[in-house]
Write a protein that binds this ligand. Sequence first.
Ligand code: XCC
Ligand code: SF4
Length: 660
Amino acid sequence: MSEKKRSIDPAALEILKQAEEMGIATAFDRADEMRPCPIGAKGQCCKLCGMGPCRITKEGQTGICGATLDTIAARNLVRMIAGGAAAHSDHGRDMAFALIAVAQGEAPGYEIKDAGKLLVMAKDLGVGTEGRTIEEIALEVGQVYLGEFGKQRGEVIYASRAPEARQQLWRQEGLMPRGIDREIVEIMHRTHIGDDQDAEHILRQGLRTAIADGWGGSMYATDISDVLFGTPSPLVTKVNLGVLKEDEVNVVIHGHEPTLSMAVVDATRDPELIEYAKSKGARGINIAGICCTSNETLMRQGVPSAGNFLNQELAIITGAVEAMVVDVQCIMQALGPLSEKFHTKLITTSPKVKIKGAVHIEFDEHRAPEIAKEIIKTAIDNYPNRKEARIPDFTTDLVPGFSHEYIRYMQGGYYRASFRPLNDAIIAGRVRGAAGVVGCNNPRVCHDAAHHYIVTEFLKNDVLVVQTGCGAIANAKYGLLLGEAAMEYAGPGLREVCEAIGIPPVLHMGSCVDNSRILTLLTEVATEGGVGTDISDIPVVGVAPEWMSEKAISIGTYCVASGVYTLFGVGSPVEGSEEVTRLIGEGWEELVGAKLELGLEPEDIVKRSLAHIDAKRKALGLAEYDPSRFGRSGDRRMEAWLALREKGEPVSLYREPRLK
Ligand code: XCC
Ligand code: SF4
């Protein structure tokens, strides 16, 4: 495969070339070498018992137990949902433990940063606030959260945040999740040999478990992170491998949980450690993120991002990373042997994750500052071992930090915050609809290319885009998370709206657990009025064009369960079964009002998304989308802006261009 096809990221291409010269293989090479098993790829292989593995390749063939292809494909899919929901929710559980430790005064270095949000949570959870201290409230909130995981009966409490109509539907169809752990365990039980063997019934449990993830574990993780570390609001930071520094100790934090990474960020600002770094010949300590740890820290503290999932190995290959500190999820085992080829110390920190060859410095929220300092000291001590470093000279500015709270605030300030302006823009057709473009990178397809293509197509078509996860980092690299992108790519109607509110046309809403913010945003749009009463009425789509993780499958499924038509790229893990493909498509549309479609080409994703948005507009009786109707008010400014840019003058959406 030619390098051009591997990535659209110039920094990645530069390092891949470097790697080739050095004879180092990366995931990009291994993806070429490792052909996907054609039977497993389509969900036709069952290895759930010792009579198998059974591979169904012929019409009418069954496994030794008699399981049909449809049963096998459905079981495989819901096991992916269980894996994804478990990862998100276990992260949520650890956040609840951290909140409790803070409330009990046993977590030095942490504090309750957003008490306002805590009060909102307390109200939703039925936790009393009258005459209680913030710590008392936080303690009970934390305990209620923990109870949500092991709850045996009743409903996951935050499901009550969904629009009324949606909750009714879930109850009526038996999809309302009980305890989070209970739903995940039930998938494991139902898919054991000799249990649930009706594809439609198996898939229903997939929906219920995914709802427990989106409206449970993930939403809890997001809320507690905001309480402990602050609810994000926009700030300016940088992305791509060029954020690493030649003359400083580079520490890269990678994984998902903000608890340790925030402490590590604080430690890099410790004057004593900075002095220590100087004593080793470095100018200072530089910190950068990868994957969702990066999203957590760039949203709140403006820590620059070294890139997304496929950038992790490349960061080490720069030769400039003193330590890569990882916690959970999306950490390639390849980092172990790779770091041994360089001076980089790979440091695992989660009691759940060890990697052979890595140094293990275990995190404990009761001693976070101390552990974080030890980690930074390890990195500093490693600085003199650095040999030649080649840092690609590419960085791009971005403006992340669009929590749903901020999106509401920016539409009217504290005085009259609401979703009215956005709803009105959709109703009038200035904004045709909205799309959440989320999820991973996958070396089976060109790195970042589908994220970039799909989002720019949406912008041209006046579709407002929200992003999370590695998709957000992808488009940040190409400048789409800046206001200027509205000028360059957005259609006239969308551009007007972005200008009026002063926002980029692509809003970075956070990490993958923060897809729960999108659920809240959609609920607010639905309850604001004018675009229906349920999420399934709104002209929106969910897209994961370069997905690879089980978490992405769980996210896609809870989006569908919430009423959002969801489209995935790369491949379909149920392709082998026409029946399962139909069940999660038309079948789920009938059941919950939205389809899940997997394995689509980027062009097809755009086409289907726009058709869906227009159909939803029509069903609501909204004005037909007409790209020529709007944008006149912005044109003079636009022309001035373009003229300035032509002359090479610095231009910004936030500053009025000087009209001559
Ligand atoms: Fe992992 Fe969250 Fe996927 Fe990126 S987007 S590769 S899951 S880091 Ni979640
Ligand atoms: Fe084969 Fe059935 Fe065992 Fe699966 S559960 S491996 S289909 S015998």
